[in-house]
Design a protein around this ligand. Sequence first.
Ligand SMILES: *Cc1c(COP(=O)(O)O)cnc(C)c1O
Length: 480
Amino acid sequence: MFYVSTRGYDEGQRFCDILLEGLAPDGGLYLPQTYPAVSEEQLEKWRRIFHSEGYAALAFEILSLYIDDIPADDLRKLCFKTYTKDVFGSSLIVPLRAYPDNIFVLALSNGPTLAFKDMAMQLLGNLFEYELARRHQTLNILGATSGDTGSAAEYAMKGKKGIQVFMTSPRGRMSKFQQAQMFSLSDPNIHNIAIEGVFDDCQDLVKQVSNDLSFKRKYQIGTVNSINWARLLAQVVYYFSGYFQATQTSKQKVSFTVPSGNFGNVCAGHVARMMGLPIHNLIVATNENDVLDEFFRTGTYKARSGENTFETSSPSMDISKASNFERFIFDLLKHDAKTVKHLFAEELVKTSKFSLSNHPLFVDAKAQFGFLSGKSTHEDRLKTIRHVNETMGELIDPHTADGLKVALEHHSPDIPMLVLETALPIKFAETIHEAIGIEPKCPEAFSELQSLPQFVSVMPADITSLKNFISSYVDGDSLS
Ligand SMILES: *Cc1c(COP(=O)(O)O)cnc(C)c1O
């Protein structure tokens, strides 16, 4: 399997090359040259494997279609090491809960940091450690987070040999629980950096450092942001698992609603659908930062500036540019890398927007790719949290509430609707309190967390400061 960049770079890269690389040298994102097609027969075989051998075995089946430069036995071991009951709280790994009217919630958030990002990050940690050892290399992971990515990355990488993590986050914009989760880590290979700015400032800094090829090479900079193909690939697996749990035969269709920010999670659903998973609709749910909803409704993609990005009560979706979106546009435009490059590297940079409204391929996009979208506001999410609590005695987090709100707008009861649960409510206790007047119970394993000492460095949104910080640790390290 070879991988190509959305902007045209095509040098026969294989999985392990792009695993450690992140962005392609031309600034594009990697995708497989083609998506392996999965027949109905294959689906039925995977259904049996999932039910008899479990999630890890299913993960191995899917990953091995995309990864041919790790021996099969090793890859299988990595999958079974990653997806365990111990780490994810149940032997199903991502159990499905039924709500009334053929609505389901796919529980993706029972990993160590209580958000769906553990699903991919835990695998990434093991893949990185494996590949770095094989290459006798070290890696310095530079990331940007509005909360969940950072903690998931840190919990996946802490203590791993040959890896340091430099994680930027927008100062004061994470929930107390998220801050405590990240900043309380005292492992010497984990560095928390609070940037004076919003999430997109952090993301821009990461991109700028990654675009400085000589710095990137000298300091072996890698990324774990959702642009990393391996993360996306790991997420493809739970769409299949959710499908097998919600259906009896592989002739049935289901829809998914995905609370979306950087378009990473739902892009994995898109990949699953391109492979042949019978997905009717893929519904993109946004919060007030609705650039993706606007695109799917109108064909115009308008990135926001940092100042125009709202700070919302579903903060992990507070983005202005959806970094994975370029992957979908590449598919939409039938791999026309030249146009993708023009849109993302020129138009978007110059005017902060582009429009495909009149493009024949956009007009056809809904039918061809199944995408629908919707938006949820603070009031909507409070109402949805309250409603689920009152009618079913259950608690859902604000992001999942955004998903459920939008799912209901597009739901037809004859097709199962799977809403992805992207975090647990305890991570966003302030908003739960606002919705129902009480705070969610803290799981016992986390009760001490908020009283632990915290470790973080504060920094302006300035690339030189960030580079100096990184080099001081990496160079310092190599001297000792
Ligand atoms: C990261 C995250 C999202 C958004 O996922 P994307 O892959 O960026 O679209 C939604 N909800 C929660 C809780 C998250 O942590």
